[in-house]
Design a protein around this ligand. Structure first.
Ligand code: COA
Length: 372
């Protein structure tokens, strides 16, 4: 059976935090920290925290704001993390809840009854718990039969999820696969780290991958997918159940997101642009036939370089749209938000590329063509 993308869905949190609000809270936190450590700073034992700046953030990343599931905690200099109440096991988990909302959006768009779905994949960077799988909870909440599981390929999870879903359809394991990307990145972000406190935002996306014969008339053909991984410590998060016994472990910087941003930039740009170019060749698609690239939303300068290398000229907003300014980096969901928000104008026969990349390193490409 030939797999296609039938529909996508999006859930956006209600609270937005501007760079100005974020910098104000970080700088207030840094001032308090410097005051509390003034003796050690004076003796040279520790370095004083330097202030963050709105101008730096926008210039270095292209980010102007981010959505979060809890604003009160992240902008309070005395808290600096989201306040998310634990829920009883009988209640739907917050990660499943946002995934279900995005999923319903995709199902409604496709006119699909949950009973006709055969599998659910939850592909995201940070699962809320070890088990049971988030995907199984989503499956249960939607009343879906079949099988479900979680997968984590960091920021590349969605393209890896689309290929996995497409493989299930090809193999006849399922005719309709729901792939969700709930990302509460505010929980893994160190809001007191000046180098990265501005990077991430929360969101949830969903993609419905189905056999062509049951898909709605308007859908997206999958022309080809390609995945790649190459080990690197340059983006890492050591949080896990093996360090639970270390009383100082939880909350220490390396138990949250850490990165060597410059190295990531330098190493991932060529890896991704080479991968896109060889896929274009393999699929016999000329760069001029590519109407749009929905790239992973991590950094505007990175996307500018990747797009220019592939197209041979500086990409316009139409060729490589951004959602980074409004959403920041939403990990696996970024390229899917871009696709969801910037694809309605496609005419049948027009081709585009969904591409994600990130920790691992990992990268995935999904070339699509509008049908209908
Ligand atoms: N406010 C003001 N200045 C800041 C700052 C902040 N919040 N954070 C860093 N700076 C300063 C640094 O101290 C440094 O100053 P120096 O030159 O005097 O030492 C300068 O700005 C440059 O810092 P650097 O970290 O090298 O910035 P950069 O231009 O590389 O941009 C990133 C930082 C993270 C935005 C960029 O490297 C990036 O996006 N990399 C790829 C990230 C990525 O895709 N990650 C994947 C995550 S899934």
């Amino acid at each position: 059976m030939t797999p296609v993308i039938s529909a996508t869905g999006l859930w956006t949190p209600p609270h937005s935090v501007s760079n100005a609000e974020l910098v104000e809270s970080y700088n207030a936190w840094a001032e308090q920290w410097n005051e509390a450590h003034k003796t050690d700073i004076a003796s040279g034992a520790v370095e004083a925290k330097t202030p963050s700046s709105v101008e730096f953030i926008e210039k270095a990343s292209g980010i102007k704001s981010r959505y979060v599931v809890n604003k009160t905690g992240v902008v309070d200099p005395n808290i600096m993390r989201p306040i998310i109440a634990e829920r009883p096991n009988e209640d739907l988990s917050i990660l499943a809840e946002i995934a279900v909302t995005a999923a319903r959006h995709a199902l409604e768009t496709a006119g699909r009854d949950p009973k006709d779905i055969g599998a659910v994949i939850c592909a995201a960077s940070n699962m809320q718990r070890a088990y049971p799988a988030m995907a199984i909870e989503v499956q249960d909440a939607l009343g879906i039969d079949g099988f479900s599981f979680d997968m984590n390929v960091a920021c590349s999870s969605a393209t890896f999820g689309i290929q996995t879903a497409a493989d299930f359809v090809r193999a006849g394991n399922a005719k309709s696969v729901l792939m969700v990307n709930p990302e509460i990145t505010s929980g893994h972000l160190n809001w007191t780290d000046r180098d990265s406190h501005f990077i991430f935002g929360d969101v949830a996306t969903a993609v419905l991958v189905e056999a062509e014969d049951i898909a709605p008339k308007e859908h997206w053909k999958i022309l080809g997918t390609q995945l790649k991984t190459k080990f690197s410590n340059n983006i890492r998060n050591n949080f896990g159940f093996l360090n639970r016994a270390d009383p100082d472990g939880i909350g220490k910087a390396d138990k949250l997101f850490v990165q060597e941003g410059r190295k990531v930039f330098k190493e991932v740009v060529p890896m991704v642009s080479d991968m896109i170019q060889s896929e274009l060749e393999r699929l016999s698609i000329a760069p001029t036939d590519l109407r749009r690239m929905w790239l992973h939303q991590a950094n505007a300068n990175m996307n500018r370089l990747i797009a220019a290398k592939v197209l041979g000229h500086e990409a316009s907003d139409d060729e490589s749209p951004t959602v980074l300014d409004e959403y920041a980096n939403t990990s696996s969901a970024g390229s899917i938000i871009a696709f969801h928000k910037h694809s309605a104008d496609f005419k049948p026969g027009e081709k585009g590329l969904i591409c994600s990349f990130g920790a691992g390193y990992s990268a995935g490409t999904v070339f699509v063509e509008k049908a209908g």
